[in-house]
Design a protein. Structure first.
Length: 161
């Protein structure tokens, strides 16, 4: 199974098929607007702006499983991210990243790249970088700033040429 086999609904209810991102590195992040790590939205947006023309895809997967830190509806969450953090990268509908309702893409990512808690997501803003070939490349802790991921993104973009 590859990342390209998955699809998800966007916050506005449209279907987003991962096969549209073939040959592009993808940065997948579980997000929450009320999290103490929410300032990372700005760093994620900077990566999006700096590298989207070179092929990087940044995708936010809002999740309300950690201390209820994503209380917004899909529509209001997308608006809050735009107004408060300048987010223009795509956001999906709210999903679960742990437990019986885990979205299939997070089941796949956790299986491929286990973290500190094994096959569980520790907290909001856990990040997964996918190679342009669709292979899970690296998992980053919630506290890893987007700026610290930039060197890995550059490497994947350079290797894709």
């Amino acid at each position: 199974m590859k990342i390209y086999d998955f699809e998800v609904s966007t916050a506005s209810g449209q279907t987003l098929q991962f096969k549209a991102f073939k040959n592009q590195p993808i940065l997948i992040v579980n997000t929450a607007t009320k999290c103490g790590l929410a300032p990372q939205f700005e760093g994620l947006e900077k990566l999006h702006q700096d590298y989207k023309e070179k092929g990087l895809v940044v995708l936010g997967f809002p999740c309300n499983q950690f201390a209820g830190q994503e209380p917004e509806t899909n529509a209001s969450m997308e608006e809050a991210c735009k107004i408060n953090h300048g987010v223009t990268f795509p956001l999906t509908e709210k999903i679960d990243v742990n437990g019986s309702g885990t979205h299939p893409i997070f089941k796949y990512l956790k299986q491929s790249l286990p973290g500190t808690l094994g096959k569980r997501i520790k907290w909001n803003f856990t990040k997964f970088l996918i190679t342009p070939n669709g292979d899970p490349y690296k998992r980053y802790a919630p506290t890893t700033s987007p700026a610290k991921i930039e060197k890995d993104i550059k490497q994947l973009l350079n290797n894709a040429k």
